[in-house]
Design a protein around this ligand. Structure first.
Ligand code: 1GP
Length: 253
């Protein structure tokens, strides 16, 4: 089934989705078997691949290796046209609607068309909003756009809604990788109350409590990268509950 259709089905049935973000600048193909082993034991439902930069042009080889080693849907989350590869299931076709840099609003998308024309990738139009988080992040530097103020919640809501009205199928509120403060509960709640399309939240989420908090106020999909890169044990905190792990807990509480 197509990625968007299947995630809509999961969300409608009440499931919360968790995406593990693999940044090509921070992952080697050789590290994938161990990393994916942990991903598969966790509650992760999707893998995103991409980053603001891909210095060593590893996206293609990483995508191939991930597809060979994982059953999870692989979705591209590209910072640039150079990060497009056919070795994935879908592409978040992002437009940075929080900023006024034409490059990231439409020009990179135009440049992508010649690569997408003959591709089998499922293209998912996605409104991408960068929100201020307390420190300057790579997305801000690379895109040359100012994040939206955390205090102007109405403007964030209106921008997200404008994205939906323009036909975007997903709205992604981004605090930036390694953000000091994840997107606040107040912002998530306000945006979610006006949106019909699924809401993705990412940036700076480092604990199970923060993950649950984001879900409880309306996030449909949460994206986590840094916390997993820095500590594989974090996967244990969000492990799948299987009958064997329940038995283990009963015997070894
Ligand atoms: C970044 O939203 C993602 O684009 C994930 O952020 O690396 O802080 O988890 P973290």
């Amino acid at each position: 089934m197509l990625v968007l259709k299947s995630l809509l089905k999961q969300i409608i049935s009440g499931q919360k989705l968790l995406t593990v973000l693999i940044d090509p600048d921070k992952m080697e193909v050789e590290q994938l078997p161990t990393f994916l082993h942990h991903v598969h034991q966790s509650v992760a439902t999707h893998i995103f691949l991409g980053g603001s930069t891909d210095e060593a042009s590893k996206t293609d080889s990483l995508a191939k290796a991930i597809k060979a080693q994982s059953h999870l849907p692989l979705v591209l989350f590209p910072g640039d046209v150079s990060q497009l590869t056919s070795h994935a299931d879908a592409l978040l076709f992002l437009s940075l609607i929080s900023g006024d840099n034409a490059e990231y609003l439409i020009k990179k998308q135009v440049a992508a068309v010649s690569k997408l024309r003959d591709s089998q990738l499922e293209v998912i139009p996605t409104g991408y909003l960068l929100i201020e988080n307390g420190k300057i992040t790579t997305v801000e530097r690379v895109t040359g756009t100012k994040p939206m103020s955390r205090k102007n919640i109405q403007l964030i809501v209106d921008t997200a809604k404008a994205g939906e009205l323009l036909g975007m199928k997903l709205i992604y509120l981004e605090a930036g990788s390694g953000a000091a403060h994840p997107i606040s509960a107040e912002i998530i709640k306000a945006v979610k109350s006006e949106l019909k399309v699924p809401l993705i939240i990412g940036g700076g989420i480092k604990s199970k409590a923060q993950l649950d908090a984001a879900y409880s106020v309306g996030a449909d999909i949460v994206v986590i990268g840094t916390a997993f890169e820095e500590n594989l044990k974090f996967f244990n905190e969000i492990k799948k509950v299987t009958s064997s792990s329940i038995t283990h807990e009963i015997i070894n509480p």
